[in-house]
Design a protein around this ligand. Sequence first.
Ligand code: PEP
Ligand code: MG
Length: 761
Amino acid sequence: MSILQSLSTIVQRVNAAPDLQSALNIIVRDVRSSMGTEVCTVYMADHDEGRLVFAATEGLNREELGNVSLNFGQGLVGKVASREEPINTSNAQEHPDFQYLEDIGEEAFNSFLGVPIVHHRTVLGVLVVQQTDRRSFDESEEAFLLTMAAQLASVIAHAQATGALEPSNDRTVVNAEFRGIAGASGVAIGQALVVSPPADLYSVPSRRSRDIYEELVFFRACVSRVRKDVALLSSQLADRLPPEELALFEVYAKMLDQHALPAEIEALIEAGEWAQGAVARVVLAHLRQFEQMENSYLSERAVDVKDLGRRLLEYLQQAAHEPMIYPENVILVGNEITATMLAEVPREKLAGIVSLKGSHNSHVAILARSMGVPTVMGAVDLPFTEIEGNELIVDGYAGVVFFNPSLELRASYQQIAEEEQLVSRGLEALKDLSCETTDGHKISLMVNTGLASDVSRSLDRGAEGVGLYRTEVPFLMRDRFPSEEEQRAIYRMHLEAFAPKPVTMRTLDVGGDKSLPYFLIHEDNPFLGWRGIRVTLDHPEIFLPQVRAMMKASEGIDNLRIMLPMITHMEELDQSIALIKRAYKELLDEDFKINFPSIGVMIEVPAAIYLTREMASKVDFISVGSNDLTQYLLAVDRNNPNVADLYLSYHPAVLQSLQLIVLAAHEVNKPVSICGELASDPGAALLLLAMGYDSLSMNATNLPKVKSVIRAFSKQEADHLLQQVMLMDSADRVQTAVEDMLESRGVTRLFRDSRRERDAR
Ligand code: PEP
Ligand code: MG
């Protein structure tokens, strides 16, 4: 077998292991045999105790597993861990760092190769191979072991995290903690409800059925529908396919035989599991077995089992016969929570959100912030299919989810939730006060909207208008494009609710992490692909009805502003304006009495920074989309939790760019606002005010906090802070300076977010 093959076979086997200890046992067994060594051992780090525990071995004394350990830095193994580097020696006993470990039986082995197992900069353990003969392991062996350790690190981290929940594990951890990324601030205590996309075997939660008998009948009906489909397909293809390919249908029929897969599934249903969960569990167990097989014919059968499993699941899901009953305080959990999933839970029941995929500035996190629902994104290690119905605590400040919380932890989070309510009640008094500094400098605070529920929340909090209405949100909630008339009605409601205050409607901005279920875009690099204005300019039949609907909706109110996303080239701006003018002319010809709206450009692509002046001179206003601008400036995917701690809005390059944009737009006397999430950060708001931004647009939840901070400082103080931070060369230093300034005025309670998040890292 080639090295690559053995690497991937081992990783697959380890992946399929039911728990951490079995995973480690597979590692030592397989690595020893593929490298042909006498010993292979894993030492696991216990960071609380600062020790490396003898955890799994082939070749040394198994009886001492778990009993023997070393300090970091102690002996060769400890040195590998503390230096985070391999050690390769032909004579371990004579190595200056050698330390004899009693009872594990390593005295006979002279050559030693140890590599660290590192996951996200944390040493999880050390992987060691040993031999009796005195010889150095060669370069390719060292490289193999290093590669192995690097590949296994995330598998081990995952097994470690999920181990805390194993029902068979008598050490079920109290306050089991799963780290993710802060998505929306606040804390929530509630019951996990797992949601999954259709026909995805990997996302089906384990759930108790309400009636075992009904569930069995339901499952059998679905099996017979799949049997019929398979028979029909087979007869339709009978004269077109060669016999060896037709044999596949026989395999399917055998697998669907009452004594095969269905019998196993029914056994689980009889034990109380709902049919979807039983199908997923049985099929996934078979898949794991098949994938471990070296025989390629058999491992290909995995594809067939998966296909059958999906077909069954599809029928079960289509015909799902039980309406969803939402408990109070739902914590919505899923592999990838989407805007539509959010919208399905009644707002009064939705307490928190946990998504395994996504990061702080994913769109679903932005929606959650605007709804004020505490959210953790990127909780990649949470075994989400196994936790339905359990109590969870969502800490949306620190980006942490707790499973099986103790009474003490629960009480302390309850207290934080109560404090939060006090703070927000205190802030209600600010609603009708203007947003100005202590020396009278005003800046207007606008709100970002999308959901219908944003309207009343925004008005309650004293927003001076809408700085960004994400029109794609109503598009996301449907199964087809809304018609011009449907759009007009939605836009009219929005414009009327805020009139006479301005409402900035952004033209459809899909692509990236926002895909419409009925207009899917498949790309390798979606954030650098067909997004925003690029899509709508290619589809005037989508763009024109949208701007027509917006303008029609503004008849008699005149508070509409139209904003264009993702503009990179001057031509895109020219073409967009030409289309809007064409739509306007058509509407005048159709006798609508409307005024031409203000037009604005979003600056969210680095190239546009350098065209701000030219663009601003062609439009009425500029608005900075700092979410995308930051992702593109720092080359950090806003949706990827692996790089979330590099997404730094206080990075000097971001601050310099933001300053350049205001200066350029003001040169041609055009107002500038910022509608990215940075505007809702109370500390950043001070810097933006000092830079000269005319307005800040943010989620309704944070608006009172930002107002309260701006009202606590003078413009002079903000200017001074800006001068200082513009000389700094790192985001961390800027953040510390800003937080110190806020702290000096005692407004720290308002930015619990950043401090706790940083502490958690
Ligand atoms: C932005 O990019 O900053 C922005 C406001 O747009 P969105 O977050 O919807 O991409
Ligand atoms: Mg954007």
